[in-house]
Each structure stands twice: as C-alpha cells, then as structure tokens.
Design a protein around this ligand. Structure first.
Ligand code: G4P
Length: 522
C-alpha cells in the first residue's frame, strides 16, 4: 500500500468531556467495537474497584480519575483508529491541551442533564480556536435531562459553533422512546436494554408501530424534529471539517443506545490526517520523508520499566523501527530503535507507522516537548505546541537538604516532561512552580516521593497572572510581593501579578513598560 493509502485509513481523535459526563463509558463501548476488550466494565469500574486500563499511576487509582493521557489503537471497518484518552479533570487541562495538538478531530461528550459545564469550557474553546473538527455526543438520554433544543442553543452560543443534529430524541428518562436517525432515515427504538429496533421512516405508519407513534412524547418530538429539519442549518461537511459546525448525536453510552450509529457515522466522517504547518510551510502526510513531533514525555510510566517515553505524533512519511532521524532542535542524528504502540497499559513493539499514528519512543533524556524529528533533509520544525498559562504558583523545596541531588533531578525531569512549569526567584535560589490546577501539585509531590525518593515542601504563593517583560526594562524597585518578579527556565523576566486589578494598575502607572502575554489561551 502506498503512503497515501495508509494515511487515508487513519482516524486519530481524542474524547473530551467534563468528569462524569461518560467518557470512560463511551470509550469502553468503542473499545468493544475494536475488540480491544471483551466486556464493558473492564476499563473502569469505580465501584467494583477495577480501574481504567489507561490509568497508569497509583494516584489515578486512588482518585479514580485519569491523570495522564494514554493512547489506544485498533482496526475498525477498514480504518486504523487511534484514540487519545485525555484526563477529564479540570486541573489537568495543560496535559489535555497538548494532546489536542496530536489529533485530527475530537468527540465532545456532554451530559444531557447538565449541558456545557464551566470547568471544561476552556478545553472546548481550545478546539474551536484551533479549528479542530468537533463531533458532539449528548449522553445520558436514559435520564431526565435538559431539552434538546436548549442544549443545542447552548452549544451554539457558548462555543460559537453551528450545530447539526444527526438524530433527534423522542422523550428522555422514563419516557425515552428512541431517536430519529436523519442520515439513515429510520427511527431507532429504545427498548430499555442493549437491543435497538430499527424502523425505516417508511414503515412507521404500519399497525405494529401504532403503540409507539401514538405516544405523546413521540408526537411532540416529531413536531419539534420537523421544525428543526425546516428551520435548522443544512449539513455541511466542509463546515464540519473546518470546525465551524458540529454534528450532534443524542444517545446513552451506558444503555448503550445510539452508540453504534454514532460511531459508524463518526468514523466515516472524521478527517484523515491533513497537511501540517511547519517552519518550512505545509508538510503533506504522504510526503515520502518521515517526520513527527513530540507532544508528551512521560517518565517512569511503568514501575517495572523505569524509563522515559516520548510520545510522537507521526505527521508524514513512514516510520520504521531502527531508522535514523534528525532532531531538528539540535541537528543531532538519532536511531529510533525502541518504539512502542500502546494498547491501554500494555505495550507492543511497533515496526512501522504512518501519519496519524502515535508512537512511544525511548527517551534517553534527550527530547523536549514540541521537538520535531525528521528523516532526510528535514531540518524544519512543527510549531504546533502552544504553551498554556500557569495560574497557581508555589515555592518548592526539599524537606531534607541531604536529598538535594535527587530533588534537582526530579524537578528537572518532571519539568521537562511538562508535568509542571518551573520559575526561579529573581535573585536565583528559590524554585517556583506554576501549574494550571491544584491536582498537578499533588501529582508532582507524589511522584517526587515515589520516583525520586524526595519529600518536598510546597508553600503557596497563590493565583497569579504571569506577564513577560523585556530585560532592559527590568527595574527591581518596580516589584514587590503583589507584583512579583521571577525568571523562567531561560532566565527571562516574568512578573506574577496578584490579580487583574494589580495588572491594570501597573499598566496605568508604567505605560512605557511592555508586558507580554506569551500564552495563546486565556
Ligand atoms: P467520565 O469518564 O467522563 O468521568 O464518566 P464515566 O464514564 O465514568 O461515567 C460517570 C458516571 O455516569 C458513571 O456512574 C456512569 O455509569 C454514568 N453514565 C455514563 N453514561 C451514562 C448514560 O448514558 N446514562 C446514565 N444513566 N449514566 C451514565 P457512576 O455511578 O458515577 O460510576 P460507577 O461508580 O458506576 O463507575
């Protein structure tokens, strides 16, 4: 098969949602389609004490949440499916944001009883901003939830995106009868169990369905659906692929109901890998030369292996185990001898991979997040990885000064891995950590202890707004505890403002000082 044919089979996506909206449950269903698991309930069962096979770390088990992103792949219907699992917890948005740079589309799960929840709004907005195609699954129709029209309106308003309902629900909760499947022109009847009955529209007037169609919730939904068909936007695949319209599916991941139809439609409609921007212009996925970028680094992923793995998104050409590549940042030649693909927590050696695939490569402490690897002339870099603003800051030190060697090593590795961001006090000395949320600190503390054998002390500085400055404008007399001057890893001056008010006050008082917001997302 040609490289182009291989690429044409790849569907690489992430499933994102607010915690508890049903991501694990839906992922399980999808893994069943791929025969990756044999029965639902093996990925995670909080109550049964079993945990997601994608939960690698002890802390994830303790909290019952998925902290780090994992990758799963399988073949389905002629496609090669790559699913990137993302942490659902709000605190972990930094890691999740980065994962979004490695996918070609996302499935956004919304709990019908809740709608879009504030904490995950930012995540959805990142997809919007980056033009990533979004497919929406509105979950838990087997429960009494919010009105479908209201949910669509909310998605349109909050995300500034068009919606196209692919199906329309008749009732919900105890009155849930099923969905009108627009694409296949059939009513899918909900029987309160895993079985679905498919009734073509043309047969709905037959006597055997009289019980169904005479019900109040069926009639009400039919009227509403006619209105949606008349007044709603037309479907546009172009708009879907440019991220301006989201196809919306109603269903229940748990029942399961509407999941097969959703997944079949999604997998056919979702985009295959597209050309990606680099410092030398667009790079086509079927370009003969291999290239890819590192979007995640993880140390000590498996206690039995004690190693560091860099997750690479392949962007062009063919990856072959043992091949030589150039690390663009340094120009160094490397041999990629150890490479893995992931099926939840087990790893298989990967011999070849194409654009859209995610591979794990052994990292001899050499890679950084955002690094580009290329074959042949190469030399270019993918500039895909935006940085995200840390919001909470803490001073960190080792409880026992005798452990400073491990302390430095741990900090260096975890920072390089992107687990947390590092700053220094302006006069050197103290280490200051920046994170998006509290949980990142818990994980940091836990991993320092378990992986580097160092207990750390964290002293809260609080929520801050970081702004970069020009070195020549730095004047020590301008700063105090409210507007604290620190240095980033490259020793650039950064002011940590206490709040919007102090930021504006500073701006008014020193209009000549340039304050730079380095982050794309705010
Ligand atoms: P998450 O990964 O997004 O955090 O959500 P997860 O799939 O774990 O689902 C959260 C809860 O919602 C689970 O219940 C799950 O059974 C339930 N759920 C998921 N999909 C549906 C659905 O379509 N309908 C209904 N009624 N419930 C659904 P839990 O009791 O919190 O979890 P567990 O203790 O059973 O694991």
């Amino acid at each position: 098969m040609s490289i182009g044919d291989e690429v044409g089979q790849r569907k690489t996506f992430a499933i994102i949602s607010h915690p508890d909206a049903g991501k694990t449950t839906l992922t399980e269903r999808i893994l069943l389609f791929g025969n990756l698991i044999r029965s639902a309930g093996t990925v995670k069962g909080k109550k049964s004490g079993k945990f997601a096979t994608s939960d690698w770390m002890e802390i994830e088990k303790q909290r019952g949440i998925s902290v780090t992103s994992s990758v799963m792949n399988f073949r389905y219907d002629g496609y090669r499916v790559n699913i990137l699992d993302t942490p659902g917890h709000e605190d972990f948005s930094e890691d999740t944001y980065r994962t979004l740079t490695a996918v070609d589309s996302v499935v956004m799960i919304i709990d019908a009883t809740k709608g879009i929840e504030a904490q995950t709004l930012k995540l959805f907005k990142v997809c919007r901003m980056r033009g990533i195609p979004i497919f929406t699954f509105i979950n838990k129709l087997d429960r009494e939830g919010r009105e479908p029209l209201e949910l669509l309106e909310e998605i349109e308003e909050v995300l500034d995106i068009g919606t196209y309902p692919m199906n329309w629900p008749a009732g919900m909760g105890k009155r849930f009868l099923g969905i009108f499947d627009r694409q296949n022109e059939r009513f899918i009847q909900y029987n309160g169990n895993e079985e679905e009955t498919y009734i073509p529209y043309s047969e709905l007037d037959q006597p055997e369905y009289e019980d169904l169609v005479s019900q109040g919730s069926y009639q009400a939904a039919k009227d509403e659906f006619s209105l949606v068909e008349e007044a709603g936007d037309d479907f546009s695949l172009d708009s879907v692929l440019s991220g301006e319209q989201t196809p919306v599916f109603f269903g229940s991941a748990l029942a399961p109901f509407g999941v097969d139809t959703f997944f079949d439609t999604f997998i056919n409609m979702a985009p295959v890998p597209a050309p990606r921007r680099s410092t030398e212009g667009l790079v086509s996925p079927d370009n003969q030369d291999f290239s890819g970028f590192v979007f995640k680094i993880q140390a000590n992923m498996n206690p039995a292996h004690r190693d560091r793995v860099a997750f690479l998104r392949v962007c062009s050409g063919k990856f072959e185990r043992g091949m030589s590549v150039t690390l663009s940042r340094t120009g160094k030649q490397l041999k990629l001898a150890q490479s893995q693909q992931f099926v939840a927590s087990s790893r298989d050696t990967v011999e070849e991979a194409y654009a859209g695939d995610i591979i794990g490569i052994y990292d001899p402490n050499m890679y950084q997040i955002g690094d580009t690897l290329t074959e042949g002339k190469g030399g270019f870099e993918y500039n895909e990885l935006p940085q995200f603003p840390p919001e909470q800051f803490k001073r960190v030190s080792a409880k026992n000064v005798m452990k400073s060697k491990q302390f430095y090593k741990g900090i260096e590795q975890l920072v390089q891995e992107g687990a947390i961001q590092l700053f220094h006090g302006s006069r050197g000395g103290s280490f200051i950590l920046g994170a998006v949320g509290e949980l990142q600190y818990e994980v940091f503390q836990y991993r320092m202890k378990n992986e580097y054998n160092v207990e750390v002390l964290l002293e809260t500085i609080g929520d801050r707004i970081p702004r970069w400055m020009k070195e020549e404008q730095v004047d020590d007399s301008l700063f105090d505890e409210r507007n604290m001057l620190v240095r980033d890893r490259e020793n650039n001056p950064v002011v940590l403002f206490k709040n919007e008010f102090s930021l504006n006050w500073f701006r008014d008082k020193h209009p000549d000082i340039e304050l730079i917001d380095l982050f794309e997302v705010n």
